[in-house]
Structures are given as structure tokens and as C-alpha cells.
Design a protein. Structure first.
Length: 199
């Protein structure tokens, strides 16, 4: 009887150990984001978006030891400044919601990775007189995770976001429009840092 119990325990042990392996992850982060410029609708003059901080949340589910499935939410609050009218500005919120993944590579104690995703960009002005815009977007990035606990790691990443817009697409419209995008892609680049918790 004791022999049978020991045999059963030895067979169950790997399963119980595997069940304790982390399957999900959550990474709150902060970052600093810069953007490509826009054009003033009437004059064609350059419009700049302030470089500001951003923040977000990355939810992960493990596919295997090297690959995660990701759901990313990211937000930046910034201001659009007209170069032809010093002091004139409009506040904007730019949000991304992307589904994608991360592939890790082992290198000593660090875990370099590449990441990417597809989803939407939502641009909403603080001034409710103007309309909001929702566009298709994609992102790609890379960085490194530095574990300092069994289930906690520092995540450092640089990620680029490309929002697809029809050529000449405009924003801040209410009867007329204030600004339009240059070309067919609106780019933002973000350097971010966060703590990844596995469970």
C-alpha cells in the first residue's frame, strides 16, 4: 500500500510542479512619447505635438516558455501647438488598444525580446466641440526583461506605433478641421519602463 502511494506521488509531482509555473502576467508601465508632426489645414504650416509622459497596462498569457500573447492598453495626454499662432493649443488624448505578442530570447540573466501588435488608435480632443477619431494601428518594439525575483521583473522597452490614415486625413473637425496628417502613417515612439508580475 505504501509503495503504491509513493508511486502515485512520484507520478503526480511533475504535474503539481508544472501547475505552479506562472501562466499570466501583468505589467503596469510609464513612458515618454514623441510623435511625428501634423499640418495646419488652411496654411499647411507644421503643427507639433508635445512630447509628454504616457502610461499603460500590458496583460500577458504564456503560449510557451519563449512566447507570450499580449493585450496592450496605452494612453498619452498631450497638446497640439499651432506654429502660426504662438500660444494657441488644443489638448488631445491618444490611446492604443492592441492585441499581439512577445518573443523572448535567453541571454545570461537578462531576457531580450521583440514585441508587436495590431489594433486601434483613438484620438479624442478635450474640447468636446471637436470630433474624435478611431483608426487602425500597429506597433513593434524591443527591449529587455531583468528578473530580480522569481515572479517579478523590470521591463524596459522602446515601442513604435503606426496609425494608418487615409492621405490627407484630418482631426479636430467641427464644421471645418484644424489639422491633417502628413502621408498615410502617423508615427509615435515611446520609451517605457514597468514592473512585470507573473502569476
Amino acid at each position: 500500500m505504501i509503495l503504491r502511494l509513493l508511486l502515485a506521488a512520484s507520478l503526480l509531482a511533475p504535474t503539481m510542479t508544472a501547475a505552479k509555473e506562472p501562466v499570466y502576467g501583468i505589467t503596469p508601465y510609464v513612458g515618454w512619447r514623441t510623435s511625428s508632426s501634423l499640418e495646419e489645414e488652411t496654411t499647411g504650416a507644421t503643427i507639433n505635438l508635445d512630447e509628454t509622459s504616457g502610461y499603460g497596462l500590458l496583460l500577458s498569457a504564456k503560449k510557451d516558455s519563449r512566447t507570450d500573447y499580449d493585450l496592450l492598453f496605452s494612453r498619452q495626454d498631450t497638446e497640439l501647438r499651432l506654429t502660426t499662432s504662438p500660444g494657441a493649443s488644443e489638448k488631445l488624448s491618444i490611446r492604443y488598444l492592441h492585441i499581439g505578442g512577445t518573443v523572448f530570447y535567453e541571454a545570461d540573466k537578462l531576457r531580450p525580446f521583440v514585441s508587436g501588435g495590431l489594433g486601434i488608435t483613438h484620438i479624442s480632443p478635450a474640447n468636446t466641440l471637436f470630433s474624435s477619431e478611431t483608426k487602425f494601428s500597429m506597433s513593434i518594439g524591443g527591449g529587455v526583461e531583468a528578473p530580480f525575483h522569481e515572479r517579478v521583473a523590470l521591463r524596459l522597452e522602446v515601442r513604435g506605433y503606426g496609425t494608418v490614415v487615409e492621405s490627407g486625413g484630418s482631426i479636430l473637425c467641427s464644421g471645418g478641421c484644424i489639422a491633417h496628417f502628413k502621408g498615410e502613417l502617423f508615427w509615435q515612439v515611446e520609451a517605457l519602463a514597468g514592473l512585470s508580475f507573473a502569476f
